[in-house]
Design a binder for this molecule. Structure first.
Ligand code: FES
Ligand SMILES: [Fe+2]
Length: 431
């Protein structure tokens, strides 16, 4: 559990909050590049850390991320015209460039210099790995570009979607850190090999030992987790995943959902706070080998997430959501899958949203299986407490650049840290 004060400290990310200050020290995904497909295309709304913003791609292709509301009389620039090097408010025609400078105030007298005094709040952006990233912190602390391996591989080797989750970002992140829930929440109740979106059967190495030992190590970027499953003479199945500060998770996917397939795949998520009660979840897979992400892997990803195009609205909300109880099917809950909810990631969202917008962690009762959750909270709280004293939070430099999440069968009793070190830290260091 956390005290009420700790819970408040770790979950709130609005302007001026300690956790908000921590978040403002990292590049954060603001939108998919595909949301702004070409110069002068329509702007999109972006909500980040409690701030209402709009993103637009100007005539020369540069990205702007500015306050949503026009400096004149606060009309939304989401309705704006994106034309000739700037975004023009449709109320009275004031126009802004990607840095938030006011270029034109056509309703003012010709000799007016009013526009020179007008400036919209604008944030630094960069485009990398199919994403538009924003930096909202102090300029002198601008971190190096977010060169996770998934942002550096070719576009053909990556697949990514995003989905709005209606709860505090930490509830989502804690779902990824808690690897124990999969054998309950996501359990299939039928061995029918025709795939049901209600659950996944644990098969392959993960099914053969349901009581893995879990290890957690603090690192300079966040935390490294490993589950070790003894398989008798065959060896130990070791699965490594990472928590990278402040809201990234990287998960080994070489062995496939349940099979023993060798493939150069890593999966992951990012829980980006929109405000205290909503976050945008970016889910991705990438291939670090020769093989691109093909239709089969994409299909598995979409199927697993339960978030194909038909499961999402135009503004990235879920069609199965809390207003319809995630369309829980009580018959399926008895026959097909443990939760009765379709889609693995939708099951996660349902559970996390069911706790309420911000769960009250002072009422929890944690057990031995919550070791990873406890370590994660400790690291986040420490960052929030020390940011005011000028400390740089973990992972705000390039510490995570060469990370990869790996799963592998090792000789029984092998020292996995040694055996896997060159692979866990084996991503090329992209210059
Ligand atoms: S409110 Fe935007 S120009 Fe008047
Ligand atoms: Fe899950």
């Amino acid at each position: 559990m956390l005290t009420t004060e700790e819970n408040e400290l770790v979950t709130r990310t609005g302007p001026g909050t300690p956790m908000g200050e921590v978040m403002r020290r990292y590049w954060m995904p603001a939108a998919l590049s595909s949301e702004l497909p070409e110069p002068d295309c329509p702007p999109v709304r972006v909500k980040l850390l409690g701030e209402n913003l709009v993103a637009f791609r100007d005539t020369s292709g540069k990205i702007g991320l500015v306050n949503e509301f026009c400096a004149h009389r606060r009309a939304s620039l989401f309705l704006g015209r994106n034309e000739e090097g700037g975004l023009r408010c449709v109320y009275h025609g004031w126009k802004y460039d990607v840095r938030g400078n006011c270029l034109d105030t056509p309703t003012e007298p010709a000799e007016s210099s009013l526009k020179d005094k007008i400036h919209l709040k604008a944030y630094l952006t960069l485009e990398m790995g199919g994403l538009i990233w924003a930096y909202m912190g102090p300029q002198e602390k601008t971190p190096p570009a977010p060169k996770f391996e998934f942002t550096q591989v070719a576009e053909s080797h990556r697949y990514m979607t995003k989905t709005w989750e209606e709860c505090n970002w930490l509830q989502g992140l804690e779902g990824a850190i808690d690897s124990q829930h999969a054998s309950f929440l996501h359990r299939a109740l039928t061995s029918d090999k025709t795939r049901s979106r209600f659950g996944q059967s644990a098969s392959g190495y993960r099914a053969r030992s349901l009581t893995p030992s879990h290890e957690v190590e603090a690192t300079n970027y966040g935390l490294l987790f490993a589950s070790v499953r003894p398989l008798g003479e065959e060896g130990d199945y070791v699965r490594v995943y990472h928590f990278v500060m402040p809201f990234y998770s990287l998960r080994a996917a070489q062995m496939g959902i349940g099979g023993e397939v060798k493939r150069p795949l890593v999966a992951g998520h990012m829980w980006v706070p929109m405000d205290n009660e909503n976050c945008m979840v970016y889910d991705w897979i990438y291939s670090f080998g020769e093989t691109p992400v093909d239709a089969k892997w994409r299909d598995e990803f979409e199927w697993g997430s339960g978030r194909g195009p038909e499961d999402r609205t135009a503004d990235f909300r879920k069609t199965r959501n809390k207003t319809n109880n995630w369309m829980i099917d009580r018959k399926a809950q008895k026959t097909l899958g443990y939760s009765g909810i379709e889609g693995i990631n939708t099951q996660d969202h349902a559970i996390q949203e069911s706790m309420g917008p911000i769960v009250d962690r002072s009422h929890e009762h944690l057990g031995a299986s919550d070791k990873a959750i406890i370590a994660t909270r400790r690291m986040l709280l420490e960052a929030a407490r020390s940011i005011g004293q000028g400390a740089d939070p973990p992972g705000s430099g390039p510490e995570y650049y060469n990370l990869r999440a790996i799963d592998k069968v090792l000789p029984a009793g092998a020292h996995w840290q040694q055996e896997l070190e060159s692979e866990i830290y084996g991503a090329p260091k992209y210059a």
